[in-house]
Design a protein around this ligand. Structure first.
Ligand SMILES: [Zn+2]
Length: 117
């Protein structure tokens, strides 16, 4: 694996992580802010659905944050770019497009087919 590719992936991952963390902070601020300003029951209802949406989003973000952290750990451990399915090398193109990936395209395809079944 090309060192430059790994460094690029590490920078992308770190950037993505920073953005997610900043987003999570904003969400918390928004939620406290909105609550104070909508005493009306109708607005409350829309606030509730908004909040559910926000929480779902944050749940998805939390999963992504975990994936990013794992990928950074793999870089530090020197196992980045190695497929966790078959132990082969993951294509550089694939890593650059999606640095959080831990499976090569073949294993990913198999995993997706299993999910569908
Ligand atoms: Zn594989």
């Amino acid at each position: 694996m090309d060192r430059a590719v790994i460094e690029k992936c590490r920078a992308d991952l770190q950037h993505q992580l920073d953005e997610l963390m900043a987003g999570a902070e904003r969400t918390v601020v928004d939620m406290t802010h909105v609550e104070e300003n909508f005493p009306d029951p109708t607005d409350r209802a829309s606030l509730e659905s908004n909040r559910n949406f926000t929480l779902r989003l944050r749940d998805r973000d939390r999963k992504l944050v975990a994936k990013i952290k794992e990928a950074i750990k793999r870089i530090e451990a020197g196992t980045f770019g190695i497929c966790q399915g078959c132990g082969g090398e993951i294509e550089e193109k694939r890593l650059i497009a999606r640095p959080v990936t831990s499976l090569c395209i073949d294993c990913k395809t198999v995993a997706e087919e299993e999910e569908v079944k």
